[in-house]
Design a protein around this ligand. Structure first.
Ligand code: KG4
Ligand code: ZN
Length: 335
C-alpha cells in the first residue's frame, strides 16, 4: 500500500432520503453530517423524484460542512468512498457522480461501498467492537436480515424477510394511525408510555430464520378500522397503548428468529444494525434477552443507526487498507 502515514477518506451516502457526508482519518470519524429531507413527510413515504432533487441541492453544502468540521482541505484527502447501492437509483446517481468527479479532479482513488454492509460495519467505528464471527440483525426501511459476519466483507445471510421490512411495518402502521413519514420514530416515542400487552396481534408463522411483516400490516389495518368504526376517538384515546402493542408485535417477531439463529449457530455475539436499531424498546429487549442468554450484545450509537456517511467511511477505510478501489466506470445499483 502507498506510504501514507495518514489515511483521510471522504464518504458520501445518498441512497434514500438523507444526504450525508463524513470524513474519517485512520479509522477515526472526524465529521458526520446528515441533511434530512422534510419534503417527503406529507406523502407518507419517500418520493424518488423529490429525493434526487433534494440530494442535488444538499450535496455540495453537506460535503463542505463535513470537510470544514474535520478541518481538512479537499487536497488532503486520499480517497472518496460512496454508496453504490442498494437504494433509489436517481438518489444514488447524485452521490456517485459527485464522488467520481471529485476523485477525478483530485486524482485520488474511488471506493465503492454497499449500503447494507456499511450498516453492519458501523460497529467498527467505536469500541467495543465485535469479534468474528458474530450475528447481525439488520433492520432498516428496506431490509430485514440476519447475517453471520465471518469477516469485514464476508457476510452470510441466514434469514431475511419474505415481503416487507421491519421499518416498513413501523412506517405503514404509523400511516394507518395518521402519523407522518417516517413513522417508526413516532411509534417509538408515543409507545414509550403505553402497555405493550393492551392489544394482541397475530404472530407471523414463518419457517426457519425468515421473516414476514405483510400479515401484521394487514392486521393493524383491520384492527384500527374496526375500532374506529366503534369509536371515532379510538386512536386519540389509545395512542400510547396502540403504539406500544404494535411495537411489541414487531419486536417479538424480530427477537424470536434472532434467538433461534443464535441457538442454531452457537454464536453469542449479537449485533443490531439499521434504522430500526434506533428503536428504544428493541434496544432494551435485546439487552434483556442478551443478559438472560449470556450474549455479548452490540447496539450502535444513535447517530450510526439511521442512514449516515460515517458507516460508509468506516467501510471505505477497511477497503482502502485492502487497496480495493473502483474505476470511473463504477455505476449505482438499485438492488
Ligand atoms: O437504515 P435507515 O435509516 O434507512 C434505510 O436504509 O432504509 O432506516 C429507516 C427506517 C424507517 O423505516 C424508520 O421508520 C425506521 O428506520 N426507524 C425506526 C426508528 N428510527 C428509525 N423505527 C422504529 N423506531 C425508531 N426509533
Ligand atoms: Zn439504511
Amino acid at each position: 500500500m502507498p506510504n501514507h502515514s495518514l489515511i483521510n477518506i471522504l464518504a458520501i451516502e445518498s441512497s434514500c432520503d438523507d444526504t450525508a457526508a463524513a470524513v474519517i482519518q485512520n479509522g477515526v470519524v472526524l465529521s458526520n453530517i446528515v441533511a434530512g429531507q422534510k419534503v417527503h413527510e406529507k406523502y407518507g413515504g419517500v418520493v424518488p423524484e423529490l429525493a434526487s432533487r433534494a440530494h442535488q441541492q444538499n450535496i455540495v453544502p453537506v460535503v463542505d460542512v463535513a470537510l470544514k468540521e474535520a478541518k481538512l482541505a479537499k487536497e488532503e484527502l486520499h480517497a472518496i468512498a460512496f454508496t453504490a447501492g442498494p437504494g433509489l437509483i436517481g438518489s444514488l446517481m447524485v452521490g456517485v457522480s459527485f464522488a467520481k468527479s471529485l476523485a477525478l479532479a483530485l486524482n485520488i482513488p474511488l471506493i465503492e461501498v454497499n449500503h447494507m454492509q456499511a450498516h453492519v460495519l458501523a460497529h467498527f467505528i467505536d469500541d467495543p467492537k465485535p469479534e468474528f464471527p458474530f450475528l447481525c440483525l439488520t433492520v432498516s426501511g428496506g431490509h430485514t436480515m440476519i447475517t453471520v459476519m465471518h469477516d469485514f466483507f464476508r457476510g452470510e445471510v441466514i434469514g431475511q424477510t419474505n415481503d416487507d421490512a421491519a421499518g416498513e411495518a413501523f412506517d405503514k402502521a404509523a400511516k394507518i394511525l395518521g402519523l407522518p413519514y417516517p413513522g417508526g420514530p413516532l411509534i417509538d416515542q408515543y409507545g414509550a408510555g403505553g402497555n405493550p400487552g393492551a392489544f394482541v396481534f397475530p404472530k407471523p408463522n414463518i419457517p426457519e430464520l425468515n421473516y414476514s411483516f405483510s400479515g401484521l400490516k394487514t392486521a393493524y389495518l383491520y384492527f384500527v378500522q374496526q375500532r374506529v368504526k366503534e369509536n371515532p376517538q379510538f386512536i386519540a384515546q389509545n395512542l400510547a397503548d396502540v403504539c406500544a402493542s404494535i411495537q411489541y408485535s414487531i419486536i417479538h417477531h424480530l427477537m424470536k428468529k434472532l434467538i433461534l439463529a443464535s441457538e442454531q449457530t452457537g454464536i453469542k455475539q449479537i449485533a443490531l444494525a439499521g434504522g430500526v436499531s434506533a428503536n428504544s424498546a428493541l434496544r432494551k429487549t435485546l439487552e434483556e434477552e442478551g443478559q438472560k442468554r449470556g450474549w455479548k450484545t452490540f447496539i450502535p450509537a444513535f447517530e450510526y443507526c439511521t442512514d449516515n456517511a460515517a458507516m460508509i467511511a468506516i467501510a471505505g477505510h477497511y477497503k482502502f487498507l485492502e487497496q480495493n478501489f473502483v474505476s470511473q466506470e463504477a455505476a449505482p445499483y438499485a438492488r
